[in-house]
Structures are given as C-alpha cells and as structure tokens.
Design a protein around this ligand. Sequence first.
Ligand code: XMP
Length: 514
Amino acid sequence: MEKELVIVIDFGGQYNQLVARRVRECNVYCEIYSYKTDLEKIKAMKPKGIILTGGPNSCYEEGAATCQPELFSLGVPVLGLCYGAQLMNFVLGGRVERADAREYGKTEVEVDNSSALFADVTPRTVCWMSHNDYIAQTAPGFRVVAKTANCPVAAAECAEKGLYAMQFHPEVLHTVEGSRMLYNFVRGICGCSGDWRMDSFVEETTEAIRKKVGSGRVLCALSGGVDSSVAAVLLSKAVGEQLTCVFVDHGLLRKNEGDEVEAVFGPQGSYKLHFIRVNAQERFYQKLAGVTEPEKKRKIIGEEFIRVFEEEAKKIGAVDFLVQGTIYPDVVESGLGGESAVIKSHHNVGGLPDCVDFKEIIEPLRNLFKDEVRKVGLELGIPEHLVFRQPFPGPGLGIRIIGEVTAEKVRIVQDADAIYREEIAKAGLDRDINQYFAALTNMRSVGVMGDERTYDYAVALRAVNTVDFMTAEAAELPWEVLKRVTSRIINEVGHVNRVVYDCTSKPPGTIELE
Ligand code: XMP
C-alpha cells in the first residue's frame, strides 16, 4: 500500500521544518522540497496535498522565489502560508503590495467557519503574523475567509479548485488553533486518513533492514545520545548479533555516563548485540594538553574520535554496513531537502565513513524528526532517561571547559553538572527546559571559605528554552533553585568558589560556551 504523502515546498522561511513537523503530528507523512524542485518530480510523488511555506522575498520582485501556475491545477489541494499565500494569489492573477506598516506578533483574526480550513475553530482566534507585504486583491475565483483589523485578507480560498491561502503562520505555537487548521487541511481537505504511526514505522523499518542486511555484518558508532541509541536498538531488533556497537569513551562525557551507556547496551543490558567500549580518556586528555583555542579543541576531539574508531574497526575487519543516526533535520539542513542552506557539519560525526571498510550506509532515522525518534525509542522500550536525554555536543565537556581541558577540570564540571541536573529534576523542571548544563569558566577569583582565603574557579550555569536550537532564550529559573544549586556546588565540589548564571540569549550568545 502506498503511504500518504504531503509535500511542503520550501521558499526559505524560518519555520519550514515546523510546518512539516505539525503535519506529521496529524499522523500524515510529509517531506520538504525546495521550490526549485521540478514539477514533474512533484507530480510523480503523487502527493495528497501541497503546502507552500513562508519566505523572505517579495513575490512581485524580479528574481523572487516562485512556482509554475500549473502547480495549482494538478488536482491536488494546495495551502499557501504567508509568502506562499501571497505567491499563490500573485501567480493566479491577484495583487500583492507592500503594507504601510509591518504586521508582526500575536494578532486576533476573525475567521469564517464556513471554510473547511476553519471547521471547529473559534470565530475570533489568536494567530501569529509576520509580514510586510499583503494580499491587496485576491486572485479571481477566491473568496476572503479571514481578516484582521489591519489585514483585509488574512485567509482566502477557492474551494472548488482546492486552493487555500493563509497570511499567518499556523505552524507556530503562538497561533493558538494552528494545529487544528493544519489538521483541517491535511485530514479534511486533502482526505488523508493518517497512516503515519510510529508503531508501524518500527515494524516496517525492522523488516526492511532485515531484508537489506541479510546475513551481513553491521557496525554502529554508539554515543549514548538519542539518535545513535535508537538506531542501534532498531538494528539490534532487526539483525541481533550481526550488529557490533563501538562506544568510545573520550573522557568528556557527563558524570557516570559511560557506565550508564554500558549498563543499557553492554553484556548486562537487554539487547542482543556485540558491545565494545573503548576507554580512551587518557589519549584525549594528552592530545588536548595545552590547547586553548575552541576550534582547535573541537578539531582534535573529532579527529581523535575517528582515529580510535578506525583502530577498533580494523580489529573487527571488513563489515557490510555502517549505521549512522542521521535524522531529517540533518538532511534538510545539509541542503538535500529544503531550501535552507545552513550546514552544521559539527553536528555530525564527520569523517567516520572514510575510516571504515564497508559497502553501504544504513540510516534508519533519516526521515524522522527528533520528537519522532523519541517516540520510536519509547516504542522500542529504550529507558526514558535515554530517550529524553537533552542534546549533548559531540566534543562533550571539551567545549564546556573554557580554555585548556585537564582531567581535574573535567571532574569539576562533571560534579557541578550532576548537582545541577539533580536539582533541576527535583524541582520538576527537567522536561520544561530544553537544554541545561554546568560549564567551567576559565576564571579564577578570590573568595573566602571558613577563615581561609581561596583562589578558585567560577562555574557557569546555563539553561535555555528553544524550539530549534538556532535561537534560544535563557530560562528564568526560580531563584530558590539557583540558590540551592549554588550552595551545593560550592560545598560539594572542590576548587569552585563562585557560581554564576548565564542570562545571555542566542543570539548574541551561543548555547554552548565554546
Ligand atoms: P550552539 O552552541 O551552536 O549549540 O548554540 C546549538 C546546539 O548544538 C549543540 N552543539 C553541538 N552538537 N556537536 C554536536 O553534536 C557539536 O560540536 C556541537 N556544538 C554545539 C549544542 O549542544 C546545542 O544543542
């Protein structure tokens, strides 16, 4: 049976991955493609619906991102959002103009409930607006189905042709009933039945892996992070002991993390696989001795990781398949899917494929968003503390210690971080904050403890809320929690006499300190 597919056509807007995620939350599978994608290719995929995203251009300007008019006569429902809405009207003969004032922020929108798009939506509802241009005149055949005080066409439709346009962004959470509107489009107007479910994903994927791998041997670099853990368990479910997982402990993991990974995946754990733990701590510390420049540290850690893995791979000998925990945002961000060209090479285990003798790569999570990977993890019975682990950078604590990395500094930051995480969990905040950790500043200052003068390090606490990790706000932690964490770190962790809280958002800061 063919899977139902909705295509998101990317015009370069900042929320485009969110559109796809929201559609998938309606149990409808969708993929993102650049607006430059050939129309024939789109037709061949037989989508049940098409969504045009926002974008930074003005559609009436020379060279602006555009689409062919035929896109609107494929007999497939099309929903245009923001730029996509303007473009739809412009291409079909309407008028788009620059507004006198930009409309930005939460805005009350009056919707017409007779439109299928707004079925069961409150007649006056709050939506997220962000536009300079506006639809001054709808294309022939369209009728206006929503408006705001400043925007005469907040939504329009030509229902008999299945064309819908929304000036606001239903994909962002500030649009209170946005999910309902997208549900109305994909499940109602496009008629998708909602066949995208994680339990069937697990069954279908393990079956496909089994077929592909046959009696071959599979190698996986396991970091203990969510993606590689879920990928490893899927593989182990599919091919059992044909899978070997190599876990490199570079000595820059959080406190007890190496042992925790071993407890789950090692011989005492519950999965059928070969587990190899490489304790390479000393090697990494030696390579990092005397190095203070952040980029150089990252490079050393990345390269050394590859060397260690290479040595292990040589011991194992040739394998047939190498598993990578690539997920859908990696695919989109590396320019293969949508329009966004941001390449975050540091987010992947670069270089691994070159050092292993293998025939083919398996990327079982390639089509999944992070929250879907977590659902698969739960479906597979992976412990919750692994499934809901916060992001942890590949270079680990190496980039949470400003300046030179030493074994002693690693111990300090591990202990401080463990206390911080424990207190955040005790306060019930661990699922609310997207990322939080302790870091070691390179600053030493004078303090007093008992009757003694001290000259010790300052620990920085970081906690951020973010949707996409590209921008972030410092979390407003309760003062009580900060006080408790501070006092515990000073009392329990040697060589720390000061604790500071990092209030910087991103931008201008980054989430990590290096
Ligand atoms: P920044 O510090 O760039 O971090 O604001 C954004 C997100 O990416 C994570 N991060 C990394 N992840 N390798 C990774 O796998 C890295 O080198 C790396 N640097 C940052 C960071 O933890 C945050 O979630």
